[in-house]
Design a protein around this ligand. Structure first.
Ligand code: E4P
Length: 184
């Protein structure tokens, strides 16, 4: 499971990278707009190896075909159905980004879509990697791991929440208190 951070904030990228868990970064125009910086300049600051994000529309998939033929990697975004995901894979996309949170928001099952895409891609040995996007909470991450998705892109706050468990905190306090009893 590769972990990407979903942000355009340089401090969040640096902090997540310092945790030693980060395999990449995804961003989008809405995240960049929050930073109040010029788009191209910010992208230059974030990435050395840029994968081009392409929307899942007809013209987008034509562009994917051209990019792929030129050896340029693509991430097909705004995927909300298994049929869209099949088309992206046939076009040669490097990554497909199904948005699980936005599906959950409209009472659809985002993780069910991930299961379908993983199964279909396995059935036909497509090389396109399944990148779980629009992740809102730790269970999305756990479910993505259980299903066997390739990548999960996660907002900084959710990455931080992956570390937390109340029993870890309680256990640590107890160990520290007991250590004081035997330490000089
Ligand atoms: C994916 O790369 C997108 O940037 C992102 O996951 C969208 O998530 P949202 O639904 O929280 O905006």
């Amino acid at each position: 499971m590769k972990i990407f951070i979903d942000t355009a904030n340089l401090n969040e990228i640096k902090e997540a990278n310092a945790m030693g868990l980060l395999d990449g970064v995804t961003t989008n125009p809405s995240l960049v707009a929050k930073e109040g910086k010029e788009f191209r300049q910010l992208l230059d600051e974030i990435h050395k190896n840029i994968v081009v994000k392409v929307p899942l529309i007809k013209e987008g998939l034509k562009a994917v075909k051209t990019f792929t033929a030129e050896g340029i990697k693509t991430n097909v975004t705004l995927c909300f159905s298994a049929s869209q995901a099949v088309l992206a894979a046939k076009a040669g996309a490097s990554y497909i980004s199904p948005f699980v949170g936005r599906l959950d928001d409209i009472s659809a099952d985002g993780m069910e879509l991930i299961s379908q895409i993983v199964q279909i891609y396995n059935n036909y040995a497509f090389n396109t990697e399944v990148l779980v996007a629009s992740v809102r909470h730790p269970l999305h991450f756990v479910d993505a791991c259980l299903i066997g998705a390739d990548v999960c892109t996660i907002p900084f706050k959710v990455i931080e929440s992956l570390f937390n468990h109340p029993l870890t905190d309680i256990g640590l306090q107890k160990f520290l208190a007991d250590h004081k009893k035997s330490a000089k």
